[in-house]
Design a binder for this molecule. Structure first.
Ligand SMILES: Cc1cc2nc3c(=O)[nH]c(=O)nc-3n(C[C@H](O)[C@H](O)[C@H](O)COP(=O)(O)OP(=O)(O)OC[C@H]3O[C@@H](n4cnc5c(N)ncnc54)[C@H](O)[C@@H]3O)c2cc1C
Ligand SMILES: NC(=O)c1ccc[n+]([C@@H]2O[C@H](COP(=O)([O-])OP(=O)(O)OC[C@H]3O[C@@H](n4cnc5c(N)ncnc54)[C@H](OP(=O)(O)O)[C@@H]3O)[C@@H](O)[C@H]2O)c1
Length: 258
């Protein structure tokens, strides 16, 4: 059974993009009343061949001001949701929860000078929405996006990321942005290839960004593989960083990708 009709809407897939065999992006029509804050997620649903409903959490990739909703998805070969999602085509439909949720948003940091966005795999998704918020570009002095994947082909959205600093809504702040791709299983000279916690411990991330980390100035968001989130959180704790709460602001916000 799906959730009651008053809790979700049925939306149409208007655009599909296949990055690799295991990574796809898709756009859905956006209901007029669907509101969210950049960094939040919504649940998407579909019906199986036997009539059961399968719901999964998905971070919005698209800007809060776009007319459509975009999502970036893994395809897990026998995954209940994604093995069916990957067979869908433009014109097919998905269910969308009416309410977006989540606390992986920038209001977790009332202060801070430098924003570090650390992702593995599809953990990139919420940052793409956050990076299309004009306030983020004016608020921070430096913005560093780190995306760690196994293989180069999995560095999705490279062209969109490269174009971000020139966007007319925040182009005067474009110089603040650094994009640091990390490819862990195809090491190449001059490219970061170690895991994020090691890159933090060795200061290689700071060197590549040309920016020092400090608890006073740096605000860090971690999203993706839960083991990466745990290991990176532990590393950053050793370096003096703490989870930020609305009642006790600090430096870190974390979100497990599954
Ligand atoms: C808050 C939140 C936000 C999320 N946002 C996204 C998103 O934007 N994009 C997205 O693809 N997924 C996202 N997920 C994961 C998503 O909800 C599903 O788990 C995923 O779509 C796979 O669904 P499934 O039913 O096919 O497999 P599941 O049965 O849900 O998962 C099977 C296994 O696949 C692996 N797995 C699941 N999700 C991922 C992933 N994203 N990357 C790598 N391995 C994975 C894990 O080993 C998991 O145990 C999010 C999860 C949470 C909790
Ligand atoms: N991508 C593939 O080619 C592939 C192939 C077969 C199956 N799968 C399955 O598909 C799913 C998604 O794969 P994925 O490649 O998107 O996700 P992933 O395994 O999370 O890898 C994405 C990035 O996260 C890094 N990472 C993993 N664990 C980490 C940790 N504890 N600390 C820091 N960094 C960490 C990986 O580095 P490392 O390379 O060092 O792990 C890689 O750079 C997984 O369940 C995987 O088992 C993927």
């Amino acid at each position: 059974m799906a959730t009651p009709e008053d809790k979700h809407t049925t939306e149409t897939i208007t655009h599909l993009r296949r990055w690799t065999d295991t990574l796809i992006s898709f756009r859905l029509t956006r209901p007029a009343g669907f509101r969210f804050t950049a960094g939040q997620f919504a649940r998407l649903g579909l019906q199986t061949e036997t009539g059961e409903a399968v719901w999964r959490a998905y971070s919005m990739v698209s800007a809060v001001w776009e007319e459509y909703l975009e999502f970036f998805s893994i395809v897990v070969p026998h995954g209940a949701f994604t093995s069916r999602l990957c067979r869908k085509t433009e014109g097919d439909t998905l269910w969308l929860d009416k309410t977006a949720t989540g606390f992986f948003t920038l209001n977790r940091f009332p202060d801070g000078r430098d924003l570090w966005l650390l992702a593995t795999g599809t953990g990139l998704a919420p940052y793409l929405s956050i990076l299309q918020d004009p306030d983020v570009w004016s608020r921070f002095e430096h913005i560093v996006l780190v995306h760690s994947v196994r293989h180069t082909a999995e560095l999705a959205y490279r062209e969109e990321i490269a174009a971000l600093p020139q966007h007319p809504l925040w182009a005067e702040h474009g110089h603040k942005f650094r994009y640091l791709p990390v490819v862990t299983r195809e090491p190449a000279a001059g490219r970061l290839s170690a895991r994020i916690p090691q890159l933090l411990a060795s200061h290689a991330l700071e060197e590549a960004a040309g920016l020092a980390l400090s608890p006073a100035h740096s605000r860090l968001m971690l999203c993706g593989n839960p083991q990466m989130v745990e290991d990176t959180h532990r590393q950053l704790k050793e370096m003096g960083y703490r989870l930020s709460r609305l009642s006790a602001p600090a430096q870190l916000a974390v979100e497990n990708g599954w």
